[in-house]
Each structure stands twice: as structure tokens, then as C-alpha cells.
Design a protein around this ligand. Structure first.
Ligand SMILES: *[C@@H]1O[C@H](CO)[C@@H](O)[C@H](O)[C@H]1NC(C)=O
Ligand SMILES: [Zn+2]
Length: 430
């Protein structure tokens, strides 16, 4: 109470200094919440308006501990400041330095948030949505993960827009596989960067965020299958059994992939090894399947019967980066060699993001090159894409995958605090 009074006085004295104030972190024990927290969240940035009519009504909300810094000197300081008047007020330096959210180390966060060999830089496990967004501008263990997929989203969107202006996606059915593919390579990095941003709101949100991340990745594998099935198929496989069933099998693969990878999260705490194998397998299966036509073309090329296309070199770079991506995902290098050294920069997940995006870039170039150069040949051999085989397959797969994610998320949302499977149980742990 006394403090609030002095704050009020101070507020009036400093009212001439019109600027924004940010709430600060209370520390881990200071509040009644789980483990400290933000003073009212960032949402309540206040602007000082000295002569506003409702001035009195507005001041009582100043319960931010930033004022503790100011009030540390007590009434004396405030009185002095008031006597010396507006013109000579000098702000304490602490006041001007905006305090960023406190970060934690691995032992301070619940088990479910922990990452092998990442020791520090953890955000608060119950951040608000706004904290999460703001934390992407602060250096923590996820910042680079967020940006390495957020910026590429804009790159792919830009490429998509350029294609929209040169191709006729609406009426030219030959371009539909590319349309679906371009949509999906914009969606998957965006979903991933959102997942990394909002995963620290709660243990439940962490699981749900990653469910969406996996769903987007497996839909991306469908995008690959649709574009490969229509543009990349080797000449001799046209109208074969595989060619005719390529997209339906890929739709099935997305369901398997999403289902297995979401399920693997439930095993994570009890059987980390098994969970990792399951999740890796869940992603490798669809990508190996999608790449079969490409492997065969590369194989044919090695035997000396290459077509006159420059697409194959792009495809080869993509395959190299795909292997690198897989390696980084499973090996946890380099942070495994020096735990704690790569908490902010250079841990395997960041390299994995970068390698995935570079691989996707080459893949896109290869797909576009094949599409342009093989158009006449493919259309004359009766391989025109159908609506159902492209946009239809995408829509069906999207709905089914969202259904799977809903099934896995439901127990987390409905009974967040009572044992609803291993992940939910974990949220009691502090
Ligand atoms: C970063 O920290 C969060 C908790 O704030 C944790 O859930 C996540 O796994 C960590 N990420 C990496 C890549 O270490
Ligand atoms: Zn990621």
C-alpha cells in the first residue's frame, strides 16, 4: 500500500517523461504462481499521459516491480525528485534498460521441456502467448529455430507469388501439382516456426504444437509425392502400377507418419530411445517412398541414359541435403560433444532446419525445371493431372490429418491436470 502511494507520487512527478514502461519478471519465487512470472504480462505497457482527465484512475494499476527499482531509495528520493522539478529529473539507468524475460537452465524446467545436451536458454514453461511472440526477439534456445523457419517461409511465398504471375494455376490443370507443392512448402516452415514459438505456453501446448509440426511435415511429404508423381516420374514408369497408385499411397503414408510421430511423443519420457526411432522412422518412410522415382532416374543416369535435363543436378543436391537433414535429426551433433556450448547457436535442431530448407529449395528448383521441360512429353503421353489427384488428395489428407491431431490433442485439452496419458501426467512435475 505504502509503495503504491509513493509510486503514485513519483508517477505524478515524472509525468512529464512520456514513455513506455514494460512490466518485468518477478523472479522465480516472488509470485504466487507456479514459479514466479511476469508482472501482469507484457500486454499492459503503459503510456504516461500527464494531464489526462482520468489520471487518478489510471495510476493504481502500477503494481509492476519495475517500480521497486525506483522505490528502492524510498520516499526521500521521491521527495527530492519532486522538489527539483520536472526539468532536472535524471532517470536511474536501471529504469531505462528494459528487462527481458529471465531464462532458465535445464534443471529448472519440467522434464517434458528438457532437451538433451541443451543446458541453458530455456524459456518459462508457462509463458503467455504474448511472451512467446516477444521471446522470439530475445536470445534464447529457440530463437534461431524460430527464425530459421520463419524467414524461409517468406522466401518460398515470394517464389510462389512469382510463379502465380507467370503460370495460370486456376485453369491450367498441368500446374496443379506444383500449386499443391508450393502451398505445402510455405505451410511447413511456417507451422514449424509457430510450433517453436508457442511450445512453452504449457506442457500440453508443447505437445499440441509439435503435433501440428509433424502434421505439416507429413503433408509436405504428400506435396512431394504429388509433384514427383506428375513431373519427376521416369519416362519408362509412366502409367505403371506405381505411377497410378503413387498419390493414394502417399495419402496413406501421411496418416501413418502423423499418427506414429504424434504417438511417439507419448513414449518420449518412458522410452526415449524407442520414441526417437519411431519418430525418425515415421518421417523416413514417406520420404523414401516419395523419392523412389527420383532414385530410379538417378540410377538410370548413372548407367548413361540421362535425359537432357538440368533438373537432375538440382534433384541430386536435394537428395544430399535430405540425407544431411536426416543425419542431423538423429545424431544430435554437435551439442552432444560439448553440452552447453551450443545452447543458443549451432545446435543440431537449427542445423536441421537450415538443411531442410536448403534441401527444399533445391527440390523446388528441380521440380520446376522438370515441369517446364517435360510438359509437352508428359501431356502427349496422357499423364495430365486430375483435380482429385492433386488438390483433392491434398484436401482429403489435410482433413484426415487434422482429425488425427484432434484425436491426440483431445485428452490433453480435456483433462489437462489429471493423468491423461504420459504427457499430461508430466505437467504436474515442477
Ligand atoms: C528450448 O527450451 C524449451 C523450454 O523453454 C524447450 O522446451 C526446448 O526443447 C528447448 N529447445 C532446444 C532446441 O533446446
Ligand atoms: Zn523444428
Amino acid at each position: 500500500m505504502a509503495m503504491q502511494g509513493s509510486v503514485l507520487a513519483l508517477g505524478k512527478c515524472l509525468a512529464c517523461l512520456e514513455f513506455m514502461l514494460f512490466p518485468v519478471w518477478r523472479g522465480i519465487r516472488a509470485s504466487s504462481g507456479v514459479a514466479g512470472g511476469w508482472s501482469q504480462g507484457w500486454g499492459r505497457c503503459l503510456r504516461w499521459e500527464p494531464d489526462g482527465p482520468d489520471q487518478g484512475a489510471r495510476f493504481p494499476v502500477f503494481d509492476y516491480p519495475i517500480w521497486l527499482v525506483l522505490c528502492r531509495g524510498g520516499h526521500a528520493t521521491i521527495r527530492e525528485v519532486c522538489q527539483r522539478g520536472r526539468g532536472v529529473v535524471r532517470l536511474p539507468t536501471e529504469m531505462l534498460s528494459i528487462k527481458l524475460p529471465q531464462l532458465f537452465n535445464i534443471h529448472q524446467v519440467p522434464k517434458v521441456f528438457r532437451e538433451d545436451s541443451i543446458i541453458s536458454g530455456y524459456r518459462h514453461p508457462r509463458s503467455s502467448a504474448l511472451d512467446c511472440v516477444l521471446s522470439s526477439f530475445q536470445m534464447n534456445n529457440e530463437t534461431v529455430n524460430i527464425w530459421t523457419h520463419f524467414l524461409p517461409t517468406w522466401y518460398f511465398l515470394w517464389r510462389f507469388c512469382v510463379l502465380c504471375s507467370t503460370l495460370n494455376f486456376l485453369t491450367d490443370s498441368y500446374t496443379w501439382p506444383l500449386l499443391v507443392y508450393m502451398l505445402l512448402i510455405c505451410i511447413y516452415p511456417f507451422t514449424s516456426s509457430c510450433a517453436h514459438t508457442f511450445s512453452t505456453m504449457s506442457p500440453e501446448s508443447r505437445h499440441i504444437c509439435y503435433f501440428f509440426d509433424y502434421g505439416a511435415l507429413s503433408l509436405y511429404s504428400l506435396g512431394c509425392a504429388i509433384s514427383y508423381g506428375h513431373y519427376v516420374m521416369p519416362d519408362c514408369w509412366l502409367s505403371s502400377w506405381l505411377h497410378q497408385h503413387f498419390v493414394p499411397i502417399a495419402v496413406g503414408n501421411t496418416l501413418l507418419c502423423t499418427g506414429l510421430s504424434c504417438y511417439s511423443r507419448f513414449l518420449e519420457l518412458q522410452f526415449p530411445q524407442r520414441s526417437k526411432v519411431l519418430r525418425t522412422g515415421a518421417f523416413i518412410i514417406p520420404f523414401i517412398f516419395d523419392t523412389i522415382p527420383l532414385f530410379y532416374r538417378i540410377f538410370l543416369c548413372c548407367r548413361g541414359s540421362c535425359g537432357p535435363s538440368d533438373a537432375l543436378s538440382s534433384h541430386c543436391y536435394h537428395v544430399l541435403f535430405a540425407f544431411l537433414t536426416c543425419f542431423l535429426f538423429t545424431a544430435h551433433l554437435p551439442e552432444r560433444l560439448a553440452p552447453g556450448r551450443f545452447d543458443y547457436f549451432g545446435h543440431s535442431h537449427q542445423l536441421f532446419h537450415v538443411s531442410a530448407v536448403v534441401g527444399t529449395h533445391f527440390q523446388m528448383e528441380g521440380v520446376i525445371a522438370d515441369m517446364v521441360s517435360r510438359r509437352a512429353w508428359l501431356l502427349s503421353h496422357g499423364a495430365a493431372p486430375s483435380f482429385l489427384g492433386t488438390v483433392g488428395a491434398f484436401a482429403i489428407s489435410l482433413i484426415l490429418n487434422l482429425g488425427i491431431i484432434a484425436v491426440f490433442s483431445a485428452p490433453l485439452l480435456w483433462k489437462p491436470r489429471r493423468g491423461a496419458g504420459p504427457p499430461a501426467r508430466e505437467c504436474k512435475e515442477q
